[in-house]
Write a protein that binds this ligand. Structure first.
Ligand code: NAD
Length: 353
């Protein structure tokens, strides 16, 4: 059994589905179901006895302790977070609460739990913290990509809160010998991505005939990774990563935001041409840039490749084609998220612990 936090969100739900598909062990899935958690992501495992869902807050130490005592997981895989940079600019408090205090609460509970384990159970226990490349700050055009030794220079309340959580995880390894692992990954994309983020937003707006908003000049560079490649990387780190270490995960896919939007428009032009003719590119609109918008992120993934033999399976082209196809085939999911219907359904069906 493993305990996953945030397993109803974008990456967490992909990870849970992938885990139940590929591993024999079960999952206890602790998620508060904030606006970004969506039980529809987990519909295919609703009746799977190896998936135990608990609606609750990672900041609730008593609940976390109870779940650890009851289910005795051999690992915690920690995704739960406030994750959207724009929201962190407007309302940073929730980011500090969940990302910093929540991670602290989990670490304390994990430390107490580990002290109850003996022998192989104690030796094999792992706390895997899922983090972001945004903690490293922004790169200039000729700078080398982020390696694991790059100094932390977070620029948004989101990245600062994730940086703080990374430091706590590091400290719990060094101070308490808690067997931690940290992954710092580049931008993910794929199924179940909340349509406030660039790629799903562009696909949804394009289909709805709405403007395709581009921040500033659209020349911000991000390094993109298909979500199932990230899930596979987390599984490799959990299986064979060296405790106390950090692994950077990325797809060697540096793209400007404008290139990403152009590629989506071109794929849609091919797969689902506009009723009125012309290209989806005609819907592109430039909007005022986000304050403190980092210019470039890029990941040096050589450590995880060398030590664990992990490699991304998807290229940007193949991953983006799968993503566009998924959104075209799952318009109900998008509609439910955009209308807020998924949240009323959650509130009717799940009591918060
Ligand atoms: P997401 O916002 O889609 O999902 C977050 C999940 O956490 C949601 O299900 C939400 O309900 C849950 N949650 C939030 N606060 C909680 C709390 N207090 N207690 C319990 N559950 C809570 O985010 P995501 O994009 O899936 O990101 C998951 C993790 O991966 C985050 O830690 C993020 O920093 C990291 N990450 C994301 C990316 C990316 O491109 N999306 C890249 C690298 C790392």
């Amino acid at each position: 059994m493993i305990l996953v936090t945030g397993g109803a969100g974008f990456i967490g739900s992909n990870f849970v589905l992938d885990w139940l598909d590929t591993e024999a062990e079960g999952v206890v899935n602790l998620d508060k179901l904030t606006y970004s958690g969506n039980m529809a992501n987990l519909a295919s495992v609703a009746d799977n006895p190896r998936h135990i869902f608990v609606r609750g807050d990672i900041c609730d130490g008593a609940l976390v302790a109870e779940l650890l005592k009851q289910h005795k997981p051999r690992a915690i895989v920690h995704f739960a977070a406030e994750s959207h940079v724009d929201r962190s600019i407007h309302a940073p408090a929730a980011f500090v609460q969940t990302n910093v205090n929540g991670t602290f609460t989990l670490l304390e509970a994990a430390r107490a739990y580990q002290s109850t384990l003996t022998g192989a159970e104690r030796d094999n226990f792992r706390f895997l913290h899922v983090s972001t490349d945004e903690v490293y700050g922004s790169l200039g055009p000729g700078d080398p990509p982020f390696s694991e030794t790059k100094a932390y220079e977070p620029n948004s309340p989101y990245s600062a809160s994730k940086a703080a959580s990374d430091h706590l995880v590091r400290a719990y390894f060094h101070t308490y010998v808690l067997p931690t692992l940290t992954t710092n990954c580049s931008n993910n994309y794929g199924p179940f991505h909340f349509p406030e983020k660039l790629i799903p937003l562009i696909i949804a707006n394009a289909r709805a005939g709405k403007p395709l908003p581009i921040y500033g000049d659209g020349q911000q560079i991000r390094d993109w990774l298909y979500v199932s490649d990230h899930c596979a990387a987390i599984r490799s780190v959990l299986a064979a990563g060296r405790v106390g270490e950090t692994y950077n995960v990325g797809g060697w896919n540096e793209k400007t935001n404008l290139e990403v939007v152009h590629t989506i428009c071109d794929l849609l032009d091919e797969i689902d041409p506009r009723a009125q003719g012309g290209s989806y590119r005609e819907q592109i609109t430039y909007v005022t840039d986000r304050p403190g918008h980092d210019r470039r992120y890029a990941i040096d993934a050589r450590k995880i490749e060398r030590e664990l033999g992990w490699r991304p399976r998807e290229t940007f082209q193949t991953g983006l084609r799968k993503t566009v196809q998924w959104y075209l085939e799952n318009e109900d999911w998008v509609r439910n998220v955009q209308s807020g219907e998924y949240q009323s359904w959650i509130d009717r069906n799940y009591n918060q612990r």
